[in-house]
Unconditional design. Structure first.
Length: 219
């Protein structure tokens, strides 16, 4: 095992502590950047990336060392990482600096989003309603009364015609009654009375329309 920079030794126990606190979906890594070929000197939950002590610096670590644009920052947070297995990670890095404000190490936290991705996929599949023509095409509306169900059905059909009941001719009213009949509204006790009121007609007229519709179907 390589010798750890004395300045970084105090962070080794912190790696273990954070690894236990944050849980198995979070990898905590300590890099000693004085040796980029074997920069990982401490790691918890290494199964996230498949790394162990002695692993080399990542491409981001090398980039940070190369361009130096992070020298004035103390940390960077919540950037995208990808594990060796191809899993997406939410990563953050804290820069460990010496007395001269030079970066000598990095404490990295990589949170695996795999479980959250699977949960999202499950929820997407669970709430998705497939448009299957072999199944019921209408949206089920859970009304609490005959009046409410009849009224909703009436409003939808009237809206589709664009004509208010008081302006409808007889044939237009018959067409409305036909659509309501097809929807099953008249199976409800009291529906005839409710529909008659909405169409500004008598119950006898609605029954007459229904008889005519039945004859047209049977003929």
């Amino acid at each position: 095992m390589r010798e750890i920079n004395s300045y970084l030794k105090k962070y080794v126990s912190l790696v273990k502590f954070l690894g236990e606190v944050l849980g198995e979906d979070t990898e905590v890594v300590l890099h000693d950047i004085t040796n980029v070929d074997n920069s990982v000197v401490a790691i918890s939950n290494g199964h996230i990336s498949g790394r162990s002590i002695g692993a080399p610096a990542t491409n981001l670590v090398l980039k940070i060392l190369k361009d130096g644009k992070y020298s004035h920052k103390d940390y960077i947070t919540n950037y995208r990482g990808i594990s060796s297995q191809g899993n997406i990670l939410r990563s953050s890095t804290y820069f460990i600096k010496d007395n001269n404000k030079e970066i000598i190490g990095m404490l990295c936290i990589n949170i695996s989003l795999e479980r959250f991705r699977k949960l999202r996929d499950f929820l997407d599949e669970f709430i998705y309603i497939k448009n299957d023509s072999s199944k019921v095409e209408d949206v089920e509306k859970l009304g609490q009364s005959v009046e409410g169900i009849a009224l909703e059905s009436m409003q939808e059909i009237i809206k589709s015609t664009g004509i208010p009941p008081e302006r409808m001719c007889q044939e237009e009213k018959i067409e409305v009654v036909k659509k309501l009949n097809e929807s099953g509204v008249f199976l409800l006790k009291g529906a005839v009375s409710e529909i008659a009121g909405q169409l500004k007609s008598s119950e006898a007229t609605i029954y007459r329309y229904l008889n005519r519709i039945k004859k047209d179907v049977d003929s």
